[in-house]
Design a protein around this ligand. Structure first.
Ligand SMILES: [Zn+2]
Length: 490
């Protein structure tokens, strides 16, 4: 199919952040063929022409970190520090079946597409008793709605209780922690085989699916698993995704386990490289920042989640100043609770200002938008995230006759500070229109909402039981949290 979008305001997010006032895009199959002034657009014929006079064209957002099973549980959990929050989040997952992972991913994909996200990284952890923990259901959902996705299978081969600085634990809490880890901490070889089978079965870029290993976190894996996962990814030229230093309790495990920081350990075992993305990267020090910048690895900033769980502020301005590539994500809906990247862009461009006296280093709207587009695409090796000939045709068209863009003073500032996704009119993924007039084209939205509601209804009794069990662990984790919070200083 060929498509011409004529006379639109193009926000290219190319290397020069070029904006073209009266621009045109030509889409041919899954790729952009022409991007430039309308007056120089190639002649047709085209299968379809969109009049762009009232539209702004932007490359689709790349949501570089989330967990699709959480979409059913938005608003459910109280705000708690990560280690406590996690026991409640995990309690929601154990009873989920393939159809629930489908419904949950469908709900998130709908929200993302309708608010301008065209690619998502799903750091998938589901129900360990299912094949690939249920990731197949999530993949099917994202394929059904036409959202490009990178599914990083979460791997961990250590018992959780051995990877956090716990103090004294009662017998009840110890038993519950052990039960929670069941099925989760397989040995390295078993996980690597599972991940390889997962990739063999589901990796299909032409169907929008990239599969890759996603070790849970540095301290949660043995070196055998970390290096095995990297070898697997690199053998098949796939990206590699991991959580890094989200909380202070994680940071203190670096010296305890390795005698170095977590990032220095990643460097020591040769994981640090341009194919590695590091969700959060909050509790890192100056030498770590230098290491990350030099390696070309991509920290993924998740501002809403970090605020909700009180995890801390990632040193984004310092990372950017050091020349690091930083991407942006929403994180899962139990710590955010939305999957709207405009929200992430706005927060990224706002929350660092108060802690930085040197206003010249504040995150600019252009930087926040780059993080949300081309940096995410780069991190996952996708030719997306920018409007340029040859790139994948993942494009968002926003109406400009809305309050967010009226009057139009500065399109980059207004995209970052004013827009909330409600101006999104049309979304193309892989050259196909998957949102039109603000509505999904592939499935009835009522059906998506109905499936999600039905899943939760079915799961509710089991989740309530699991939540009560998780409460037995809270005192031990709270003791650890307060001890660590009072201990070291940043
Ligand atoms: Zn995460």
């Amino acid at each position: 199919m060929t498509l011409l979008i004529q006379h639109a305001l193009l926000v290219s997010m190319n290397d020069r952040d070029e904006v073209i006032e009266d621009g045109a895009l030509v889409v041919e199959g899954p790729r952009l063929r022409y991007v430039g002034p309308a007056i120089q657009a190639p002649p047709g014929p085209f299968d379809r022409v969109i009049d762009g006079r009232r539209l702004i064209a932007l490359p689709g957002f790349v949501n570089a970190h989330c967990h699709s099973p959480a979409n059913l549980y938005r608003g459910l959990l109280p705000s708690r520090p990560l280690e406590i929050w996690r026991t409640y989040y995990r309690a929601t997952l154990r009873a989920m079946a393939d159809e629930d992972f489908y419904a949950s991913a469908l709900l998130g994909a709908m929200e993302m597409l309708k608010t301008g996200t065209t690619t998502v990284l799903d750091h998938f952890f589901g129900n360990p008793t299912l094949p690939f923990m249920g990731a197949g259901g999530a993949i099917r959902a994202m394929q059904d709605l036409g959202l490009r996705h990178v599914v990083a299978l979460t791997l961990s081969d250590k018992r959780y209780e051995d990877t956090v600085p716990l103090g004294g634990v009662t017998d009840d809490a110890a038993a519950e922690l052990q039960r929670m880890s069941q099925g989760e901490a397989r040995d390295a070889q078993a996980w690597l085989e599972e991940c390889e089978a997962f990739i063999a079965q589901h990796h299909a870029p032409t169907r929008l699916t990239t599969c890759c290993p996603g070790p849970s976190a540095v301290q949660r894996c043995t070196d055998e698993l970390l290096t095995g996962a990297a070898a697997l990814a690199r053998r098949q030229q796939l990206p590699l995704h991991i959580h890094l230093a989200e909380t202070k309790s994680q940071q203190v495990m670096g010296p305890r386990l390795y005698g170095t920081s977590l990032i220095q350990h990643l460097k020591a075992i040769n994981l640090l490289g341009p194919d590695l993305s590091l969700a959060h990267s909050i509790w890192i020090e100056e030498p770590d920042i230098e290491l990350i910048a030099r390696s070309g690895a991509t920290p993924v900033h998740n501002p809403a989640s970090n605020l909700r769980l009180g995890s801390g502020l990632a040193p984004v301005p310092r990372l950017l100043a050091a020349g690091a590539h930083v991407a942006l994500g929403t994180d899962g809906a139990t710590s955010n609770d939305g999957q709207n990247m405009f929200d992430a862009v706005r927060l990224a461009a706002l929350i660092h200002n108060p802690s930085l006296a040197d206003y010249r280093a504040w995150v600019t709207p252009a930087q926040a938008l780059r993080m949300a587009t081309r940096e995410g695409a780069r991190a996952f090796g996708l030719e997306a995230g920018g409007l340029a000939p040859g790139r994948l045709a993942d494009v968002v068209l926003l109406r400009r006759d809305t309050p967010a863009f009226t009057p139009l003073n500065n399109v980059l500032h207004q995209l970052a500070f004013c827009e909330n996704g409600s101006s999104v009119d049309t979304v193309l993924v892989n050259g196909e229109v998957v949102v039109e007039g603000g509505r999904l084209t592939r499935m009835r939205e009522q059906e998506v909402l109905g499936l999600a509601a039905a899943s939760l209804e079915r799961l509710r009794p089991e989740i309530q039981r699991e939540m009560l069990a998780a409460q037995t662990v809270e005192p031990a984790l709270a003791e650890m949290y307060f001890r660590v919070a009072g201990q070291a200083e940043r």
